[in-house]
Design a protein around this ligand. Structure first.
Ligand code: 5GP
Ligand code: ZN
Length: 142
């Protein structure tokens, strides 16, 4: 993956401020942090999208993110809360096409937030929820 930034970091061609490394994944500082301490947990094996990610690599990303969240809270970095965030696909905000899990320290007044669409808060009728649930279950059991 010659043109992949994160593969370039793993190959030692690009610099990174490493925090953690094991056989499956690594964590390093995001180069444009949303808040100080913003980390990325990244599988070593290249996968552009979640659909290509080895399931055990995915499980390890979460395990490491959970440890990092705990470490952030004890590190002296301002961290009153944590968001884990993963953008899968351009429509979801993905900019680097090598899977990564953001670990974001949060604090009151940090200025970051998710924007909800107009009409958010409306509760759809149960049959509508059930219909969508049925579609997803159908795919799972196919
Ligand atoms: P995405 O929008 O794909 O979820 O997030 C990509 C993230 O990668 C962004 O937060 C961006 O700041 C970060 N990023 C982009 N290029 C580099 C880089 O060269 N090094 C590091 N450490 N982070 C990067
Ligand atoms: Zn890559």
């Amino acid at each position: 993956m010659d043109d992949c930034i994160f593969c370039g970091i793993f190959a030692g061609r690009l610099p990174a401020s490493m925090v953690y490394r094991d056989e499956r994944c690594a964590a390093f500082m995001d180069i444009r942090p949303v808040t100080p301490g913003h980390l990325l947990v990244v599988p070593v094996r290249h996968a552009a999208y979640l659909a290509e990610l080895d399931a055990e690599d995915g499980a390890q990303l979460f395990r490491v993110a959970q440890r990092l969240a705990a470490a952030l809270r004890q590190s002296g970095v301002r961290c009153e809360g944590v968001n884990l965030f993963l953008a899968d696909g351009e429509a979801a905000g993905q900019e680097v096409y090598h899977v990564h899990l953001h670990v974001l320290p949060r604090f009151r007044g940090d200025g970051f937030g998710l924007r909800f669409p107009p009409g958010y808060g409306h509760r759809p009728p149960r049959p509508e929820l059930d219909e969508i649930a049925g579609r997803i279950k159908g795919v799972l059991s196919a």
